[in-house]
Write a protein that binds this ligand. Structure first.
Ligand code: ADP
Ligand code: ZN
Length: 211
């Protein structure tokens, strides 16, 4: 951000697919704020239980302590008046209220740094991140590396069978894919295949027992 006058706050958003380095970048910015003796508070959604409950952890092992919250409203309740910088990871899991909460914190003069997925496993905009991007002062879009071909990857490929929007996980459940290698229908196809095998197994079992 350029130099701002008075006690003006603002919103910085870091987006991109999984493995693109959003948590790393968020941790980097928060560490630098702490080095600058600023009062920092850090939050992540309670839904992300991949890692020990205290702290944001990047896939490369960087870590910073954080508080667990369920909604944007809860962040507003928890932020102390003295806090100057608010960091939020995995914001896509915090619901619509996160947009208003970030705006409110910025109005109170705080620097708000938010990281989250901008698209889901089907490549669709992941609400409420698009709305957050619309009101942000600064946006950083990061890319991962496609595990298939090594090109810059904009997508999060789900490689397990589930139709649920939210399946929390990391290595083994998701991988970074570029535009060309992305297969949004893969999860769906796997489900159909499983159903087919299940029903043909049933049929075979029925035949065997009747014959
Ligand atoms: P995000 O928060 O966007 O999921 P992280 O900050 O947690 O990303 O992790 C980024 C780190 O993940 C990279 O620095 C790298 O060490 C590791 N990594 C693993 N797979 C990939 C990949 N396919 N592309 C880029 N980085 C990867
Ligand atoms: Zn690729």
């Amino acid at each position: 951000m350029d130099i701002v006058k008075g006690n003006m706050g603002w919103i910085e958003v870091i987006v991109g697919p999984m493995f693109s380095g959003k948590s790393e970048e968020l941790i980097r910015r928060l560490r630098r704020a702490e080095i600058g003796k600023q009062r920092v508070q850090i939050f992540k959604p309670v839904i992300d239980q991949r890692y020990p409950k205290t702290g944001i952890v990047s896939h490369s092992g960087l870590e910073i302590p954080s508080e667990l919250v369920g909604t944007g409203g809860e962040i507003l309740e928890r932020v102390a008046p003295r806090t100057e910088v608010v960091g939020i990871d995995e914001a896509q899991f915090l619901g619509e209220g996160i947009v208003e909460a970030c705006a409110r914190l910025a109005e109170l003069g705080k620097r708000v740094i938010v990281a989250g997925l901008d698209t889901d496993f089907m490549g669709r905009p992941f609400e409420p991140m698009p709305r957050l991007l619309a009101v942000a002062e600064e946006i950083t879009k990061l890319l991962a590396i496609c595990v298939r071909c090594g090109n810059p990857a904009v997508h999060t490929q789900r490689i397990v069978t589930s139709e649920e929007l939210i399946v929390v996980g990391a290595e083994g459940m998701y991988e970074a894919r570029c535009r060309r290698c992305f297969e949004p229908q893969l999860a769906q196809q796997k489900i159909e295949e499983e159903k087919k095998t299940a029903s043909s197994n049933k049929l075979a079992a029925a035949r065997a027992s009747s014959g």
